[in-house]
Design a protein around this ligand. Structure first.
Ligand code: GDP
Ligand code: MG
Length: 598
């Protein structure tokens, strides 16, 4: 029977430990991709992913493998992201598998995301195959890493597969181990359809493409499917697998991982984590066990050209289909006009979304300074959630503001414990505990305000520990805090999109830093521009952008024509990401000033 020959698995790892390279080697060995088409890291299909070397969207491919026992097996390989911002996507893909290859770098050993991913896999009842990669490196210490896996994760690592994805060593053994160790899927083919949507992609030709794991039953072209969360029904137009291009099949059955298209036109109708069944023969109960993604960082997004508001709206709607974690709602700013308040998993996620909107949808955007969400009790007893600093009520109307705190686990070699604690202390952290994981590694646990984590914490951590520390965090609770709103005035007028929330102990310093930074980035104009930072009515810092003296091109007149054109073009390009507010042009950098202070 076919089901017995299926193996559904994911590869999980800390970032840079070699997950994508191993996936490439597996694709090569199974001849899924001809040598000619083989380009490095084929699963990372977005340009952006390739450039940044991170995996954002998950991908499922079907591979055929003839094992040493002479039988043909069908592998469904699901690639997962490795960055702390995207752990929700990891859990989505794991729910579609029976096994996981846990890849650990032989020189780096177990790191925070190795642990976090291993726990997600254990939570999903997956069979874990430990893989120690990069054994070709001179600094490789496979035995030590084996010990670490046993001590820190608590699984047997004595039979770990030793690989070098670079040289190809150990990949044959790995393929055999997938056959022997990863269980075949179970699930009754004769029962009503029950399939899990673990990803969905918008395709301009085919509409919405659902990536599904079929748990029970069977689905084929012409069936009428029902999405259980919203009871909407659609007629199936195609089913198949990615190999790695789309290949149509007659049906998908229990145990399969593949795609369904069903002339779904609107992207808002499909929800990742939803269960698909048949309208005329529905299953009793939907699948459970999905963790909803919750944005942690919010920022305003505005088109530079106000006429592009609808384009931005459509682009966000399309992007949301590929990115279940993205949330947005319309917002207006006095300064910037109509735009959206967008929720992200973290700053990397925000960067990625911005770049995709600009590249794939050709939009020029202004993004306001990121913020977390605050729980506010007003003096009249009302409870509100504020994710836009401009909307924080006046100090006189606030009884209490609570901010999100995370539990941060920082894994670091013993030598760097001092610098890590110093950094956490400086970021308003409260020490929780510290454990020795082995002779060299310490897990330092702190309670920290999320606000401090999203601004440059990770970079500071890396530079204070020569890159050795790894960080994993989750929001635990909201706690009362002494926070104030800082307003920024340009030319005497408050610019709502520049205001931010800050702890009162840091307020004066931040105000001064911001003002001097804005003075640098706001271009000179024909008149002087006063820049002020204020808390309520009180000005805490001020500076002046001086007026410029002459027309920049004046001294080039009569000179080299191409040089002048070049200069003008340069000015034009620079202008693209500027917003006129009153009489002042504000460049994109100004809105990010809060991020770049030290
Ligand atoms: P991912 O972030 O886990 O997907 O890691 P990648 O597959 O992108 O690999 C990260 C880096 O490690 C890349 O520069 C790879 O070329 C390199 N790399 C991957 N596997 C090996 C290996 O077995 N040996 C060596 N020396 N380098 C490797
Ligand atoms: Mg990768």
């Amino acid at each position: 029977e076919r089901q017995k020959r299926i193996r559904n698995f994911s590869i999980v790892a800390h970032i840079d430990h070699g997950k994508s390279t191993i996936a490439d080697r597996i694709l090569e060995k199974t001849h899924t991709v001809s040598k000619r088409d083989m380009k490095a890291q084929i699963l990372d299909d977005l340009d952006l992913e390739r450039e940044r070397g991170i995996t954002i969207k998950l991908n499922a491919v079907e591979l055929e493998y003839t094992a040493k026992d002479g039988k043909d097996y069908i592998f469904h390989l699901i690639d997962t992201p490795g960055h702390v911002d995207f752990s929700y996507e990891v859990s989505r893909s794991l729910a579609a598998c029976e096994g996981a290859l846990l890849v650990v770098d032989a020189a780096q050993g177990v790191e925070a995301q190795t642990l976090a991913n291993a726990y997600l896999a254990i939570d999903n009842d997956l069979e874990i195959v430990p893989v120690i990669n990069k054994v070709d490196l001179p600094s490789a210490q496979p035995e030590k890493v084996q010990e670490e896996i046993e001590e820190m994760i608590g699984i047997d690592a004595s039979d770990s597969v030793m690989t070098s994805a670079k040289t190809g060593l150990g990949i044959d053994e790995l393929l055999e181990r997938i056959v022997s160790d990863v269980p075949a899927p179970e699930g009754d083919i004769t029962k009503p359809l029950k399939a899990l949507i673990f990803d969905s992609v918008y395709d301009s030709y085919r509409g919405v493409v659902l990536n599904v794991r079929v748990r029970e039953g069977l689905v084929k072209v012409g069936d009428t499917i029902e999405l259980m969360s919203n009871k909407k029904t659609f007629e199936v137009t195609d089913v198949g697998v990615m190999s790695p291009k789309a290949v149509s099949r007659d049906y998908l059955m229990a145990g399969d991982v593949g795609y369904i298209t069903a002339s779904i036109k609107s992207v808002v109708e499909t929800q990742v984590g939803d269960t698909v069944t048949l309208a005329d023969n529905p299953t009793d109960e939907p699948l459970t066990g999905y963790r909803k993604s919750t944005p942690m960082v919010y920022a305003g997004m505005y088109p530079v050209d106000n006429g592009k508001y609808e384009d931005l709206h459509e682009a966000l709607e399309k992007l949301k289909l590929n990115d279940a974690a993205l949330e947005y709602e319309p917002e207006t700013s006095q300064a910037l006009g109509f735009g959206f308040r967008v929720g992200f998993l973290g700053l990397l996620h925000m960067d990625v979304v911005q770049e995709r909107l600009e590249r794939e949808f050709n939009l020029d955007l202004i993004i306001t300074s990121p913020s977390v969400d605050y729980h506010v009790t007003t003096t009249s007893g009302e409870e509100i959630v504020v994710d836009n600093p401009a909307e924080l009520p006046d100090a006189s109307e606030i009884k209490e503001v609570r901010e999100p705190y995370v539990r941060a686990e920082i894994m670091v070699p013993e030598d760097f414990v001092g610098p890590v604690m110093e950094l956490c202390q400086r970021k308003r952290g409260q020490f929780v505990t510290m454990d020795y994981l082995d002779k060299y590694r310490v897990n330092v646990i702190y309670k920290l305000p999320l606000l401090e984590i999203i601004f440059d914490f990770f970079d500071d951590l890396k530079s204070n520990t020569k890159g050795y520390a790894s960080l994993d965090y989750r929001v635990e609770e909201y706690e009362p805090s002494e926070l104030v709103k800082m307003d920024i005035l340009l030319n005497g007028e408050s610019v709502d999109a520049l205001s931010f929330i800050v702890h009162k102990d840091f307020a004066y310093q931040r105000g001064r830093d911001i003002v001097s930074r804005l003075k640098e980035v706001i271009p000179r104009q024909m008149f002087e521009i006063p820049v002020q930072a204020a808390i309520g009515n009180k000005i805490v810092a001020r500076a002046t952008v001086k007026a410029y003296r002459k027309d920049v091109t004046a001294k080039l007149y009569g000179g080299d024509r191409t040089r002048r054109d070049k200069l003008l073009n340069k000015q034009k390009a620079g202008k693209k990401r500027m917003k006129e507010v009153g009489k002042v042009s504000i460049p994109q950098e100004a809105f990010m000033s809060v991020l770049n202070l030290n």
